[in-house]
Every structure is written in C-alpha cells, then in structure tokens.
Design a protein around this ligand. Sequence first.
Ligand SMILES: NC(=O)c1ccc[n+]([C@@H]2O[C@H](COP(=O)([O-])OP(=O)(O)OC[C@H]3O[C@@H](n4cnc5c(N)ncnc54)[C@H](OP(=O)(O)O)[C@@H]3O)[C@@H](O)[C@H]2O)c1
Length: 252
Amino acid sequence: MSPILVTGGTGTLGRHVVRYLLDRGQPVRVASRRRAPAGPQPHEWATVDYRGGTGLAAAVEGTSAVVHCATNAVRGEAELARTVLAAAKDAGCPHVVYISIAGVDRHPLPYYRGKLAAERVVADSGVGWTVLRATQFHDLVYRILSALARPPVLVLPQGVRVQPVDSGEVGARLAELATGAPSGRVPDFGGPEVRELSDLARAYLDTAGRARKIVSVPLAGRSYRAYRDGLHLAPGHAEGRVTFEEFLAQRR
Ligand SMILES: NC(=O)c1ccc[n+]([C@@H]2O[C@H](COP(=O)([O-])OP(=O)(O)OC[C@H]3O[C@@H](n4cnc5c(N)ncnc54)[C@H](OP(=O)(O)O)[C@@H]3O)[C@@H](O)[C@H]2O)c1
C-alpha cells in the first residue's frame, strides 16, 4: 500500500492524523523540518525544507495522498501550500487534503486571510483535493487561557464566544478523508458547544485550581469585531462530541 504523507505530522493535529491513519492500517510518512527521531518509528520520516524545497520531492514520491497540516503561523500560509502542492503535482500524487478554519472567508484576521488564500492554491492546483474547515481546537483555547491566567487578573475580550473542538476528532476525520476520494470542500467540523470565552475561562481556572478574577473588556479593531460577531463559529456543524470540560479532564 502506498504511504500517505502528513506535513506537520509532529504538530497538535498532525500527530492525531498520523495515529488514526496507522490505526486504519495505512502506511504513513511524516514530513518535518526536523531530523528523524532516534530509534524505530511506526512510520516513515522525511526531513524537508519548505523554503528551499529540499527533500519535498522525495517526501511526496509514491504517496497516495498528502494531508497538509504544516502551518506557517506567522505568514506565508499560501506560499507554504504552493510549495507543497507543486511537489505533489510533480510527483503525480492524486489527492491533497488541507485543513482550514471555519469562517476564513468572512473573518479579517490576517492568519485567516492566509488560510483562505491557501485554500485557493489547493483548489487551483490541478491535484485532486479536499478541504476541511474546523473551529478552534481545545488545545489552543487551553494554551491561550493558561497564558492569560498568569497575572492575578484574567483579562478577556468582551462578548467573544468560541466553539472549541477536540483536535483528535478532527484528526480522525482527516484520516477518513485522506483514505477516500478527493471531495472538494466538505462540511465544516465544529465543536459540540458554542460557549462564552469567560465560561471556558472559569472551567479552566476550576480545573487548574487557580483563583483569578475574570475581567472582560471591549477591544478595538476589525478582527475583534469579527470574533464578537461570531464569524469564526460553525454552529450548524457541531460534529464534535468532546466538550471542553472533557478535554480538561483528559489532560489531568
Ligand atoms: N489550532 C487550532 O485551533 C486550529 C483550528 C482549525 C484549523 N487549524 C489548522 O490545523 C493545522 C495544524 O494546526 P496545529 O495547531 O496542529 O499546528 P502546530 O501544532 O503548530 O503544528 C504545525 C506543524 O507545522 C510545522 N511548522 C511550524 N512552523 C512552520 C513553518 N514556518 N513552516 C513550515 N512548517 C512549519 C511544525 O512541524 P515541524 O517543526 O515538524 O516541521 C509543526 O509541528 C494548521 O493548518 C491550522 O491552521 C488549527
């Protein structure tokens, strides 16, 4: 069986994709900028340089699909997708699966604009493609809240709701999509509940055993307004089952 390449297979989401593909009996190759870890691995490893393109041709060679989870969070998400898609096309890979974010076509946050541009690169690449948009991962909400809880007062943007989703459930869905035929843009994958950020912060503080006063303040700017207006939510696609509290309990 030909392997499936997972770019960013070392990341929060990519690790789950790798695990679920292996569970399906699917050979996997992980693409990473890092050197192969020492010792035997349950999957192949390809060290790549996305900027110069070194190693990418060998990474995509002979694959039945690429799940593109690597992200250039600072900038250049579209450029990264262009490099990966060009290599996939040159190698004759029949299917690229790209993970995007709910609401990227409505929300002005620069990272989301980059994700939208990357979606277009994927769709225009000439390679069979599937794009799944997900809402924010529990892991991300947890990381943000634990950083915000460092000072004695936890300051939050006022009126923001989130629909956090379990990255494992998104990984399982991506594994399913990657082993199927190219499907274009598929229905979004959102978390089970739309919650006030302040509500999630209280759940986080309770579990972490940290006493903090929560203060919500209005912010300026288009991106804040877009979050307040819920443009990053997918309430019609509450596919995930794992709640934020269940995620917190699992972490413990
Ligand atoms: N986090 C969320 O809430 C969320 C929600 C919806 C969709 N998504 C999407 O899901 C994907 C994965 O997100 P994640 O949270 O799992 O990310 P992550 O944990 O940061 O992992 C992404 C991987 O990308 C690679 N990487 C990092 N910087 C890079 C760069 N400048 N150029 C190339 N590769 C780089 C790293 O792998 P190596 O160091 O091994 O190369 C890293 O392990 C992203 O496309 C993201 O937009 C995330």
